[in-house]
Write a protein that binds this ligand. Structure first.
Ligand code: BV8
Ligand code: ZN
Length: 253
């Protein structure tokens, strides 16, 4: 495994130049440079709250107000920040390969705002909500001082459209993501600790099916051992030079 600092190797650029299909899996780390807290970093979200207390359906039914307070807080943060150079580099990759798939565990909508046209959202999207009784979707939910929990026209409780622990991922999302991992000539795992399943299985599946697998992360993770190459740096710093070099070579090819 090429264990370089943050500079890409010739092997990676060659693999990208020869690649028909490229897939990228991202986690909370890709949004860190936008100012969005990750989950498991020292100042991460899970340091204050336990996931069991917040990111699962029972916690929501036990204390919907607390869970909505947490998601409204994260919605405000997500709406107040901007995509960073890492998001834009990934969005640019779309036009550089015959087939490109962006798979994200993030719910902050930043990939879409950076121009990625069809992000595969494994864990949902914080800008959407739905009624737990009639499944009606809402892009905007109103809460008032009196009514802290948004209610549907049918009277049912509305929840954030995110996948909580113990909940199945959207079938089409995980199927599309798995097919993209199996098809990929090059697979990037960017800004994820590789702790949450089934998303964390994707880099290993890509490797098994012959992809050149690259991790972009300032630190090592529990899935680093599955990589061909670990680029140890922040995605907003590591990715743009790779895209620039690729565009230069494609121009002169
Ligand atoms: C499922 C909600 C089938 C949305 C999240 C027992 C019972 C039930 C299930 C399980 C069980 N035991 C295990 C499981 C499976 C469970 C799981 O994996 N648990 C783990 C913790 C062991 N998974 C599930 O429950 C999934 N569903 O399996 O269904 C099933 C059903 C019933 C019974 C059995 C099976 C559902 C998983 C989705 C959970 N929802 N969030 C939200 O509120 O956001 S998970 C949460 O973690 C987020 O979605 C997040 O995306 C995800 C992964 O975290 P990361 O994105 O990797 O973030 P993290 O902070 O961990 O790491 C950040 C990384 O970035 C770090 O490595 C850091 O170094 C790096 N970084 C920092 N700065 C930068 C950077 N990298 C690059 N650049 C930088 N600048
Ligand atoms: Zn309803």
């Amino acid at each position: 495994m090429n264990d370089s600092a943050s500079m890409y190797s010739e092997a990676l650029i060659t693999a990208l130049m020869n690649a028909d299909s490229v897939a990228v899996l991202t986690g909370a780390g890709v949004s860190a440079e936008s100012g969005v807290k990750t989950f498991r970093d020292p100042d991460g979200l899970w340091m204050k709250f336990k996931p069991e207390e917040l990111a699962n359906f029972d916690a929501f039914m036990r204390n919907p107000e607390l869970v909505w307070e947490w998601y409204n807080h994260r919605k405000e943060i997500a709406a107040s920040v901007k995509p960073n150079p890492g998001h834009y580099a990934i969005a640019e990759m779309e036009s550089l390969f015959k087939e490109f798939t962006l798979i994200t565990q993030n719910v902050d909508d930043l990939h879409r705002r950076a121009g990625t046209s069809n992000p595969i959202e494994l864990h949902g999207n914080i800008t959407r909500s739905f009624c737990i009784d009639c499944n009606k979707f809402y892009d905007k939910v109103e809460v008032s001082e009196q009514q802290k929990i948004p209610k549907c026209d049918c009277g049912g409780m509305i929840r954030p459209d995110v996948v909580w622990f113990g909940e199945m991922l959207p079938m089409n999302a995980i199927q599309t993501a798995t097919a993209a991992a199996q098809d990929a000539d090059v697979f990037f795992s960017i800004g994820t600790s590789g702790e949450v399943y089934p998303a964390a299985q994707l880099p290993g599946i890509a490797r098994q099916y012959g992809a050149y697998v690259v991790e972009v992360n300032p630190g090592k993770t529990s899935i680093s051992f599955q990589m061909n190459e670990c680029l140890l740096g922040p995605s907003g710093v590591v990715l743009p030079p790779i895209i620039e070099e690729l565009k230069r070579r494609k121009l002169s090819a």
